[in-house]
Write a protein that binds this ligand. Structure first.
Ligand SMILES: Cc1cc2nc3c(=O)[nH]c(=O)nc-3n(C[C@H](O)[C@H](O)[C@H](O)COP(=O)(O)O)c2cc1C
Length: 221
């Protein structure tokens, strides 16, 4: 039975727009699944204004993104915009959808699960500093990591799979750029990554390749 304190904590988190479930994995370890608040699919600045404002920024405030902003960011980036077909805000060749979107935050590493618009906790450690070689990655609240799963592309050479995965990651990245322009957030997409080390820490399979990373946060005041 849950204690009064943990019930109070759970209610507080729910009030803040989060829902936490703690299922057991097959290995017996606890995995947190964080249900994000429903994304707001209306509003924002007009597209032409977003295109006018789109830019890379490299100075970030450490302020965290609220669950609402995070929810909207992830849906804009790579959410399902046509529930009937499960298709997303970013295109992919043959609808392979072979990019997995990870988030490195101070609270750990999470995988975005678009089907139920939730985050699955993969690591509890803060690995933001390992998502890039530039100093700001440690300060910004969110570093997105775009991982291409070659196993989800059923044909072609590794070069073909690299091409498709790079293109798929780039479409998601531009969605993030436009969302950030609309919301007054700072962002920069990054290829400067120690991929070998990051893949090891993220415990990726050999067919999972890190394509790009992208830092998101509020501009430094
Ligand atoms: C594929 C790619 C990789 C990039 N890698 C980095 C990077 O590792 N670090 C960085 O600070 N900026 C990186 N950038 C951002 C570019 O430097 C930036 O887009 C460019 O200077 C143009 O500026 P703008 O985005 O403000 O138009 C990258 C951009 C792209 C498209």
């Amino acid at each position: 039975m849950r204690s009064k304190t943990s019930m109070a904590l759970l209610s507080l988190l729910l009030l803040a727009g989060w829902a936490l479930i703690w299922p057991e994995t097959s290995s017996g370890q606890e995995t947190a699944v964080i249900k994000l608040p429903p994304p707001q699919q209306e509003g924002g600045k007009p597209l032409m204004e977003c295109l006018k404002l789109r830019q890379s920024q490299r100075e970030f405030s450490p302020d965290k993104l609220s669950p609402r902003v995070l929810s909207n960011l992830l849906w804009a980036a790579y959410g399902i915009n046509r529930p009937d077909s499960g298709k997303r805000t970013a295109p992919s060749a043959v609808n392979w959808q072979n990019i997995d979107l990870y988030l490195a935050t101070a609270d750990g590493l999470f995988l975005y699960e678009a089907r139920d618009h939730s985050l699955i906790q993969v690591l509890k450690e803060d690995i933001r500093g390992l998502t890039g070689t530039q100093d700001f990655v440690k300060i910004a609240p969110v570093n997105l990591v775009y991982v291409g799963d070659y196993a989800r592309i059923p044909r072609g050479s590794d070069e073909d799979k690299r091409f498709y995965s790079g293109a798929h990651a780039a479409f998601i990245s531009q969605n993030v750029y436009l969302f950030c322009a609309s919301e007054g957030l700072a962002t920069v997409v990054r290829a400067l990554i120690n991929r070998e080390e990051l893949a090891r820490v993220m415990k990726l399979r050999p067919e999972q390749k890190i394509m790009l990373a992208q830092t998101v946060g509020y501009p430094k005041k």
